[in-house]
Ligand binder design. Sequence first.
Ligand SMILES: [Zn+2]
Length: 140
Amino acid sequence: MISYKLGCERGHEFESWFASIAAFDRQLQNTLVECPQCGSHNIEKLPMAPAVVGTRADQRQADARSKHKELTQKLRAFRREVMENSEDVGPRFAEEARRIHDDEAPGRNIHGEATAEEARGLAEDGIPFGVMPKLPEDSN
Ligand SMILES: [Zn+2]
């Protein structure tokens, strides 16, 4: 939000708030700014340093961003731990998880990739597995 001190042709002075400098310029150009005392649209900006204040929404967004960053770091650490303490079976994950579940393969922690269909199949058969969320750096 930005506040401007404005004045009309008759010398009335008032203060008005706008979403941004661009929003103010647009409204002034389209004569949407009106003097509250006489209704004149002949408005000009009076010399004053504009005051810019952060809204609560800005603060909430900043909070959400830092929370998201924190969460991403936690997930990254968690994933690293899982990777280091389990065997990478790559795309054979679903098959291997099933074999371990059926005691056809030695019981151990594994990680790898599974298609949505494979994951659904594992869930349907009651085979426990976790899904690792995709992290921002994964798309690099
Ligand atoms: Zn006026």
